[in-house]
Design a protein around this ligand. Structure first.
Ligand SMILES: Cc1cc2nc3c(=O)[nH]c(=O)nc-3n(C[C@H](O)[C@H](O)[C@H](O)COP(=O)(O)OP(=O)(O)OC[C@H]3O[C@@H](n4cnc5c(N)ncnc54)[C@H](O)[C@@H]3O)c2cc1C
Length: 437
């Protein structure tokens, strides 16, 4: 049996960070080469490489503010206090990764490459003699006295004094996403019944119904998007909206998607039962409805021979404008304006309230994160050690915490990874444990 001080399951954002912080402490205690990372995929950091469109939005200047998170966010406060963004940036700086702040507090590596983040994490790993075994999916975890035994198919079992579970969530399965973390807790006989919020897709496009989507497919425009639950506005975001065949996408939709996935899975929004959700898009947020109306009246006088569906040409995306008019006039939109008495107030109103019936979220494949997961009350925070399983720590997305778009999720992954690695290593070094106390 292979023996190590600390085994980390998963070489993603939180697992690599956990391994580094643990190995650094152990090396200073003259215990180098005692951290092993087991990764199911062919390479470490696969999801990390895809983050921020390949640029890796690794934290946010606002990431210390718990209001940017959802789920058990009140319990997450001590993690965010123990590892605020400035500290995380300093840790990266110490590793040799320079970072730069962009709009809305988003922080990226200076070289704008996610590959550089992975590279630096792996260089740190080599520096602190961390062993990373790829193509090693851990299939079972069980307690053996005060130690833990991990098994991977076809490999020698591993005996570890401490285990850090950093398996992530089912989001983006093509990049290694899975629910393996929860399954491993079950193999270890840890009772998590009633302690898990069902995983559901987060930061994901919102699926809507209606034939209109075929016409809008591929279009982009800017606007304000409101989410209505049973007709009542519950959240609003601004930004670019992208139309696909069956969904509305873009960062502003991602930000609303955690509410949609709660409704789709549990029938509630913010804990309150709701029957139907609607997205209402204000396509001209900076223009009052009366102004749009007087503009439409002028347009009818100027271009009476043009089809009514071109009334909004020049005002917004051409195809989107046509669909707005068609949503009011139907087939008659293709007829010239002529002397008809068109329902112009209704068209003006539709520009400010272009509505879509919500069906749910897009699939896990398109999700950047998972909402739901293990309740944070199950952990000692900020060490991330499981209350029911001393010596077992969990990091990253397995927890019932998901952040807004903009670097908050990687912040959570890196912060919990760092803190768990540190706590696990310190618990094995009596002198350092005392120092911490
Ligand atoms: C396309 C995309 C873009 C994103 N962009 C951003 C961004 O710019 N900023 C941001 O803050 N967040 C972003 N995110 C979210 C962010 O990537 C995640 O929140 C973060 O990676 C979660 O870290 P983690 O360590 O919990 O899990 P992961 O990074 O998913 O790592 C888990 C690892 O565990 C491995 N594993 C799973 N099961 C086992 C097993 N049984 N044995 C061994 N290994 C196992 C997996 O293969 C994987 O490598 C993005 C996500 C996606 C999909």
């Amino acid at each position: 049996m292979k023996k190590v001080a600390i085994a980390v399951i998963g070489a993603g954002a939180s697992g690599l960070m956990a391994a580094i912080s643990a190995a650094q402490i152990l090396a200073k205690e003259k215990r180098p080469g005692q951290v092993l990372v087991l990764e199911a995929g062919k390479k470490p950091g696969r999801k990390l490489l895809a983050t921020g469109n390949g640029r890796c939005n690794l934290t946010n200047q606002q990431a210390g503010d718990w209001l940017h998170y959802h789920g058990d966010r009140e319990q997450a406060k001590s993690v965010l206090q123990a590892c605020p963004p400035a500290l995380l940036r300093r840790r990266f700086q110490e590793m040799g990764l320079w970072t730069r702040e962009e709009s809305e507090g988003r922080v990226y590596p200076r070289g704008e490459q996610a590959a550089a983040v992975v590279q630096l994490l792996l260089m740190q790993g080599r520096r602190w003699q961390i062993e990373i075994l790829c193509e090693s999916p851990v299939e079972s975890l069980r307690q053996n006295g005060r130690d833990w035994v991990l098994t991977c198919p076809g490999q020698e079992p591993v005996l570890a004094s401490r285990v850090i579970l950093a398996c992530g969530s089912p989001a983006a399965p093509h990049l290694g996403g899975s629910s393996a973390g929860l399954a491993l807790l079950q193999t270890a006989g840890i009772d998590i019944n009633g302690q898990v919020q069902p995983f559901r897709p987060g930061l994901v496009p919102v699926r809507v119904s209606g034939q209109r989507m075929t016409a809008l497919k591929g279009m982009r425009c800017k606007g304000d998007v409101s989410l209505l639950a049973d007709g009542e506005g519950i959240a609003r975001e601004s930004g670019e909206i992208q139309f696909t065949e069956e969904a509305l996408s873009g960062i502003c939709l991602f930000q609303l998607s955690h509410l949609v996935s709660e409704w789709e899975t549990m029938g509630t929004v913010n804990g309150k039962r709701k029957k139907a959700l609607t997205l209402s898009v204000d396509l001209l947020p900076d223009i009052k409805e009366e102004m749009i109306l007087s503009y439409l009246m002028r347009r009818c006088r100027t271009y009476p021979k043009e089809p009514a569906e071109e009334l909004l040409a020049g005002v917004m995306n051409l195809r989107v404008g046509q669909e707005v008019v068609r949503s009011v006039l139907g087939k008659e939109a293709a007829q010239p304006v002529g002397n008809r008495k068109l329902p112009l107030p209704e068209i003006a109103h539709r520009c400010k309230h272009f509505c879509f019936t919500v069906e749910g979220t897009a699939s896990w494949k398109q999700a950047q994160v998972a909402c739901g997961g293990l309740r944070l009350a199950q952990a000692h925070v900020p060490s991330m050690e499981l209350k029911r399983a001393p010596g077992l720590y969990a990091t990253g997305e397995i927890w019932n915490i998901n952040g807004d778009c903009g670097g908050f999720n990687l912040h959570w992954a890196f912060a919990t990874g760092w803190l768990a690695g540190e706590a696990a290593a310190r618990s094995l070094c009596p002198r350092r444990k005392k120092e911490r106390n």
